[in-house]
Design a protein around this ligand. Structure first.
Ligand code: ADP
Ligand code: MG
Length: 385
């Protein structure tokens, strides 16, 4: 099928003005049912439906580093049943845990969320990948012990909580001015500055052993598929092969035409970004995620100026000979050598979000209470020395 080319002579702005619906459409809960067969298994937990949104936010936004009670381990501990509830959820004050000395430790109760997370972990054979409405806590991956399965895999509610609590990235999903960035003012009279708070959802995906060399990010502007870039900033030798690159381009273009174009937002979306995971032989793909077309999404090997100029040149009247170039859209960008300026094999990802090494070493035990005890002890020791 030919690539649709916009026939409009109008040049576009660097970013489209987005509607709130376009941003809501990129939530996993909005697109999952449509694309269930061609994406990773996922379950959405609606915090307010569960009746624990307020307590969850209270816990997440508090300065304390205590994990919700009864969240440790894959199976529910006996003591996490409701009969052991020791304070009302609206009362943020505290009780003294038997192990702590004189300090009052706040206790957070999220029994339904604990149970819901455990149920999903069970369903997905023991390992899940968490995110909130739109965003995964990738910047907090260092807080869990690293295994061969890679980062962000959770085997218990406490793993999920630890990641969420340690992440700066997920605050994007709680703050309306960031979540709805680029949005036109709310037509229901609320200005863009005072938009409603986003509804809060915890998404748990079945954990996949992902090979990052097969992840690509794709850009659609005004319903024209303009660009594809490898997602991982690493040089992969096999991507240099021209046949491989052509095959990847054909696969992602066909996938967009057959699966996404008519179905994402019922075919009404014109500007968006999506991430795909390619099969080992690059013949097929699965959806990882959708994003609105806006500046907060990393354009990776492109710049948004470049993407705009690719789009604009695709709308210009063409010489006959240029048809071939146009039919080659999307433009596919890769890191073609180790010396490429974007190649970053040696730089830790999200390094600006990292904690001091001492804290990382102390955090290896996962349990926030143990971590705090160890930290307090280390500080006391440091003061005594
Ligand atoms: N189900 C999963 N299992 C393991 N890793 C995953 C899974 N889903 C995504 N990832 C990895 O995490 C990265 C970020 O996932 P994504 O859902 O796009 O979150 P975000 O939108 O916050 O970037 C992906 O590039 C992929 O490498
Ligand atoms: Mg995403």
């Amino acid at each position: 099928m030919p690539i649709p080319i916009s026939t409009s002579d109008e040049e576009c702005d660097l970013f489209p003005t987005l509607t709130r619906q376009q941003i809501e459409a990129a939530r996993t809960s909005s697109w999952y049912d449509t694309f269930e067969d061609i994406t990773f298994d996922s379950t959405v937990i609606d915090l307010s439906e569960l009746g624990e949104e307020e307590e969850f936010l209270h816990w997440l936004e508090a300065d304390s580093i205590f994990l919700p009670e009864g969240s440790e381990g894959r199976y529910a501990p006996e003591s996490s049943t409701s009969s052991t509830r020791r304070r009302s959820s609206s009362n943020a004050s505290s009780y003294s845990s038997s192990s702590s000395s004189s300090s009052d430790a706040p206790v957070y109760h999220l029994p339904k969320l604990n149970a819901a997370i455990r149920q999903v972990i069970e369903k997905y054979d023991g390992l899940v990948f968490p995110k909130l409405n739109w965003t995964a806590p990738k910047d907090a991956a260092f807080i869990l012990p690293q295994t061969s399965s890679g980062p962000l895999h959770c085997t218990s509610p406490s793993d999920v909580y630890l990641l969420l609590k340690s992440s700066d990235f997920i605050s994007h999903d709680l703050d309306p001015s960031r979540a709805y960035l680029g949005c036109s003012p709310d037509p229901q009279g609320e200005g863009s500055g005072s938009v409603r708070k986003p509804k809060l959802e915890l998404v748990l995906k079945r954990f996949q052993d992902i090979n990052p060399s097969r992840e690509v990010r794709c850009f659609v502007r005004n319903n024209t598929f303009i660009g594809v870039t490898q997602r991982d900033n690493v040089f992969y030798d096999h991507l240099k092969n021209e046949d491989t690159r052509l095959k990847i381009c054909d696969t992602v273009r066909a996938f967009w035409e057959d699966e996404i174009r008519e179905n994402y937002m019922n075919g009404e979306a014109v500007d968006y970004i999506f991430d795909l995971y390619l099969s080992p032989n690059f013949d097929s793909a699965q959806i990882i995620d959708f994003q609105p077309y806006r500046s907060s999404v990393d354009p990776l090997l492109f710049t948004y100026e470049e993407l705009l100029s690719i789009f604009n040149s695709s709308t210009q009247p063409l010489q006959e000979s240029e048809n071939a170039r146009r039919s080659r859209l999307p433009i596919f960008k890769i890191i073609d050598s180790k010396a490429h300026p974007s190649a970053s094999r040696n730089a830790p990802t999200y390094q600006s979000n990292m904690m001091p090494l001492e804290m990382i070493e102390l955090s290896q035990g996962r349990n926030m209470q143990e971590f705090k005890d160890a930290w307090d002890e280390a500080v006391a020791q440091g003061m005594a020395e």
